[in-house]
Design a protein around this ligand. Structure first.
Ligand code: MET
Ligand SMILES: [Zn+2]
Length: 788
């Protein structure tokens, strides 16, 4: 038999939570004491088995192992190498300690233990530019590493092997691991300095994998595509030389990059002693020729042509063109077809979407459908190589290619996607639509007079407690157990109560409370054309938490007002200004699955026009304070600094487009949270919101330094207390905080508010906290009375 050269397929990682979120239920049950450890371990193993078998049944050649975790893979890496911060070291090793690192622990150190502990969780951060959050390793200069006795990576490889499945272990490379870490404490220590201490443990791990029978190892070094420094370059060189020196001859290292291009890093990469390279060709197809030019002749190249982090079908014709560029230069057996990145960021399967419009459903591919795409694409190339003709397979493949072509042709011209009116409006956007006609210094006094605002005005960020009653009513309404009218009456009552309470507390600019909203993006998505919702499109956000992002499939427009009735009703209950509440275009974009057939910039612009219409309608209806939330503006930043400016230009323009049509007396607020905004301060200034309420309470000093460094010329309300904690802040601590702010900001421009929405808190905490907040306002109005 001639060993025909064939193209192999590879998956970089498979979603772990289970198609019915089984893992979430198991783990949360374990935390609640309802599932015991052995049930958790068995359930987790069953899921791994199911996922491996499923990938095998789809014909995937390089099936990942080590992509499964009970919380987070970066945390597992820290844990497996013994990087356990001191505060957790008294907690019994194993799951209690592991979960304490993940989510903190208040109470008994382990089930039935006498020892009582109170430790906060480790920090969580966004995984590159995805909406997944990893647990940030904490490493200090004294850190040593020690590979655990039974690394899960080795155990899982063996587990799959016992099922007859030879997997490709996946590990986070040593350099990226250290670059993902932060210095423990407040020091400036660079965790990368620990590389020499870490490498021997990586070598041990690789030796154990070799002994277990592994061949290809996927070593993820996503940082390779990011901005580099001489120190990081030196780190890659020494790390891979060290690993190569001790490498078992049976192991082959597949250096894996994603989310960025590496063609301009090939001078470095091509010198590393590894056996292959993976490219994200969905993000950067144009990097392929450059990489091929510089790729060592004997390396394997893994072509990431199936998008691991979106929900759209792969266009086969485009992928095949790309693959042909590689097959022209390399033999098939040196090429692999792969997902662009781990499928962790994709929902499971379209088979659970029974309610999705069939036209739109035909354009989509979730994780399992993506496996099928890989199978088809490899077959396209392999069938021709096979010794015997394969007419059946050939006709299947032909049919799949044809169906794919039809699907894309239909999507391109569908009236659901292309809306000529939206296109027309976009073409007519003029530069004067993204600037307020009057400068802040002139409009702000007009707004104060119009709204009769006192010095140190108080407000909140929008949502009030989403109590059990509110959630139950919504659920009943969705299930049809509560009529639309009864549900509406219920919400009107909640709103009224919320307004009365704010008046009673003495807040100056009120909100309606957002009781009608389940989620700040979903609410608007449901009312805009161009959005659809899935039933089961869950993707991991962090730990056991999953989110179900809405899908933007077509040109966006707003058939009807979305919030006007609620705001008008709430305003009718009070003579104080009622703030209208909208979610901004960039946040809608960031928290949705977005179109892959037009730039994000254009989708943001469409969203902005829709929100602009809402702003206009609110203003016409007499609402003269309007908040447009943009908590996600920073997370849209590109991974490479050189691209920040271009992003910030269109992102800020989108906000301006949504907000600039109003009169001088209409006051635009915006709100930001979730990250520190220091490195984008100039862009925030350019948004030119009259008032920005911004999360501050967890990173006080940093934010103030930024105010100091860049100056901020409009009004601002840096959060006076942290809404993430159930604690009621005292008047004294808020007084202190405000006094500190006054060292940096002019008193005439300061607003008093919590640092984010109050929906996760209960009413008792909220009332007490806000009463203290208004007491602080009263105190400072007295102190500044003669300057008012
Ligand atoms: C994540 S920012 C939340 C803003 C929203 N208006 C709220 O108050 O909940
Ligand atoms: Zn917020």
């Amino acid at each position: 038999m001639s060993a025909a050269a064939t193209l192999k397929s590879s998956v970089l990682g498979y979603p772990r939570v289970g198609n019915q979120r089984q893992l979430k239920k198991l783990i949360e049950g374990f935390w609640a004491g309802k599932v015991d450890e052995s049930a958790l371990v068995d359930g987790a193993r069953a899921l791994r088995t199911q996922h491996w078998q499923l990938q095998r049944s789809q014909g995937i050649d390089l099936i990942p192992s080590g992509d499964f975790t009970l919380y987070d893979l970066v945390l597992d890496t820290s844990y497996n190498f013994g990087a356990i911060p001191t505060r957790y070291q008294t907690i019994p090793a194993g799951l209690p300690q592991y979960f304490a690192m993940a989510r903190g622990l208040q109470g008994a150190a382990a089930k039935g233990a006498d020892q009582i502990v109170d430790v906060p969780a480790m920090e969580m951060k966004k995984w590159f530019d995805t909406n997944y959050h990893y647990i940030v390793p904490e490493l200090g200069p004294e850190q040593t590493f020690q590979l655990t006795a039974e690394p899960s990576l080795v155990a899982h490889f063996k587990e799959a092997k016992a099922l007859g499945i030879h997997t490709k272990p996946v590990l986070i490379g040593p350099v990226s691991f250290l670059l993902l870490a932060k210095a423990s404490g407040e020091s400036d220590f660079q965790p990368l300095e620990l590389l020499p201490r870490l490498l021997p443990e990586y070598r041990k791990l690789l030796a154990q994998l070799a002994e277990a029978g592994a061949t290809w190892i996927q070593v993820d070094e996503p940082h390779l595509g990011l901005d580099s420094t001489p120190a990081t370059e030196a780190a890659y060189k020494s790390a891979y030389q060290y690993l190569a020196d001790g490498l078992s001859p049976s192991l082959r290292l597949l250096l894996t990059t994603y989310f960025e291009r590496v063609d301009d890093r090939m001078a470095l990469i091509s010198k590393l002693p590894v056996h292959g390279l993976h490219l994200d060709l969905v993000r950067h197809p144009q990097q392929l020729p450059g990489v091929l030019d510089q790729l060592p002749a004997d390396w394997v190249l893994s072509l990431g042509v199936v998008n691991g982090r979106n929900i759209w079908k792969t266009e086969f014709a485009t992928a095949i063109d790309l693959i042909n560029q590689a097959t022209n230069r390399k033999p098939l057996n040196q090429l692999v077809l792969a997902t662009s990145c781990s499928l962790l960021h994709s929902p499971y399967s379209l088979e659970f979407e029974t309610k999705l419009d069939s036209e739109i459903k035909d354009w989509l591919a979730f994780a399992n459908e993506k496996l099928g795409e890989l199978a088809t694409l490899t077959a396209v190339f392999n069938i021709q190589q096979s010794a015997e003709p394969q007419p059946k397979r050939q006709s299947e493949v032909d049919a799949a290619l044809e169906a794919n072509k039809r699907s894309f042709a239909a999507r391109r011209t569908s009236a659901r996607v292309v809306n000529p009116q939206v296109q027309d409006r976009l073409a007519k956007v003029q530069p004067d639509m993204v600037v307020r006609p009057t400068p802040f210094a002139e409009r702000y006094p007009k707004q104060k007079a119009h709204q009769k605002l006192p010095l140190f005005p108080t407000t909140t960020i929008g949502s009030f407690p989403q109590t059990k009653e509110v959630r139950q009513a919504r659920l009943k309404f969705k299930k049809g157990e509560l009529s639309a009218e009864d549900y509406r009456q219920f919400l009107l009552k909640e709103t009224e109560r919320c307004v009365r309470i704010q008046e009673d507390i003495g807040i100056d600019v009120l909100v309606h409370g957002e009781f009608e909203r389940n989620d700040m993006v979903e609410y608007f998505g449901e009312k805009l054309r161009g959005y659809v919702f899935t039933q089961n499109g869950w993707v991991a956000s962090y730990g056991t938490r999953c989110v179900k992002p809405p899908v933007i499939y077509g040109d966006i427009d707003r058939p009807n007002p979305m919030t006007v009735d609620w705001s008008v009703y709430a305003q009718s209950l009070t003579t104080k200004p009622m703030k209208g509440m909208l979610t901004g275009p960039v946040t809608c974009l960031q928290w949705s699955f977005v179109r892959d057939d037009q730039p994000r910039r254009v989708t943001a612009q469409q969203l902005a026009l829709a929100i602009r219409d809402e702003v206009d309608d609110l203003e016409k209806a007499g609402i003269s304070t309007i908040q447009i939330d943009e908590p996600a503006i920073r997370e849209g930043l590109p991974l490479r600094r050189t691209e920040w400016e271009a992003y910030l230009k269109w992102a800020v323009d989108a906000f301006l487009l949504s907000s600039c049509s109003v009169q001088d007396t209409t006051q635009i607020h915006t709100h930001m949270c979730y990250s520190d905004f220091n490195d984008i301060f100039p862009a925030i200034q350019r948004m030119d919101a009259d008032v920005i309420t911004i999360e501050n309470s967890r990173s006080d000093l940093k934010l103030l330094r930024a105010f100091d460094r860049y100056g901020y010329h409009n009004a601002s309300g840096p959060g006076l207390y942290d809404i993430h904690s159930p604690r009621v802040p005292t008047v004294e601590e808020m007084n202190e905080r405000l006094a500190a702010l006054l060292n940096y900001l002019p008193f005439q421009l300061i607003w008093l508010n919590p640092d984010c929405g109050l929906k996760t808190r209960d009413w008792a905490e909220v009332e007490a906290s806000l009463r203290n907040l208004t007491a602080t306002a009263g105190e400072f109005r007295r102190r500044y009375a003669d300057q008012a």
